[in-house]
Design a protein around this ligand. Sequence first.
Ligand code: GDP
Length: 365
Amino acid sequence: ALTAGIVGLPNVGKSTLFNAITQAGAESANYPFCTIDPNVGIVEVPDVRLQKLTELVKPKKTIPTAFEFTDIAGIVKGASKGEGLGNQFLSHIRQVDAICHVVRCFQDDNITHVSGKVDPISDIETINLELILADMETVSKRIQRVEKMAKQKDKEAMAEFEVLSKLRDAFEEEIPARAVEFNEEQQKLVKGLHLLTSKSVMYVANVGEDELLEADSNQYVQLVKDFADKDEAEVIVVSAKVESEIAELDGDEKEEFLEELGIAESGLDQLIKATYQLLGLATYFTAGVQEVRAWTFKKGIKAPQAAGIIHSDFEKGFIRAETVSYDDLVEAGSEQAAKEKGKVRLEGKEYLVKDGDVMHFRFNV
Ligand code: GDP
C-alpha cells in the first residue's frame, strides 16, 4: 500500500498531528492490507460521493477507503551524516511514497524551537538540505562506478553519467531532484536511483489554535506559501492542537465543533485529501445492497488490476466490468434507470479506470 511520511524538525507539532490521525482512527479490521505498526496511522478518505451512493442504494453497510501515514522520527541537522536518528530517519523516508513536511508557524514561548526562533523557511531548508546531501552521496557513489566506463565511450555508462552529472550540479545548488528536467529515458534512470528528493512533497503549516481563521495574516504561513510556490508544492494550514481535539469527537459533535470554529472542513480532512492527490491515488466504488464501498487505486491502472484490489481471483478470472460513472448514476437516480438510459458500459481488459467509476466485476471462478 502507498504511504505518506510525516517529517519535520523536532517540536513543530508532528506527534500532535500524528496522534490526531491515529485518534481519528480507521477500523483496521476493514483494511487487512494496511500495516500494523505504531508509527503507521490508517486514515479513511472523506468522500461525499460515498454518502450519496449510500442514500441511493441503501446498503447494509458503507465502507470508505483508507491509506496510511507514517510518522518519521525527528530529523535534526546533520542527519545525512548520521546525527540523531539520521540513518534510520533516511531509510524510513526512503520507504514512503510522498512526503508531508510539517512546519512550525505557531508562536509559543513555552515551546522551545530547535534553532531558537520560529523561522519556517530556515526549517524547511534544513530538512531539504539533509535530503539533498543524502542524495548527493547516492549520486557520487554511482558516479564513481560509471565514470570510467563513460570515458571509454560505453553508451549506457555515458547516458547514466550525463544524468548523474546533471543531478550533482543541481544538488550543489540545493535544488531537489524533482525540480530537475529529464527526458523520458533519463527519468527511468533517475527512478532507479530511489532518491529522497524525487518524492513529491507537500507542506503542512502548523498554526496556533487561535489563528486558524486568519491564517492568511500569519506571516509565517505566507512565507511557506511563497516558498512552496517555487517548489510547485501545495500548502495545507492546520492547527495540530485543534485537530487533536477534533479527533476525539465523533460525527455530529465534530460537525458542531467545526461550525463553532467557523470552518467547513477540518484541517486533517483537507490534509488527507491533498495527500491522496499527492500520492496519485483515485477512487472507484462498488455499490450493492450488502455493501457500498470506496476503493483506492493508483491512477493509470486497467480494469483487471482494479478488480484485483478487491480480490486476486477477480483479477485472474476477469471477464468484464459493468461500469457507470458516479455522475451518471446519481443523475439517473438508480442503477436500473442508468441502464435504461444506456449509461452502464461493459468495459474489458484494456479499460483505464477513472476516478468516480462505479463498477461491478464479472469474473470466472
Ligand atoms: P514534534 O516534536 O514535532 O512531534 O512536536 P509535538 O507534536 O510533540 O509538539 C511539540 C510541542 O508543541 C507540544 O508541547 C505541543 O503541545 C505543542 N504544539 C503543537 N502544536 C501546537 C499549536 O498549534 N499551538 C501551540 N501553542 N502548541 C502546539
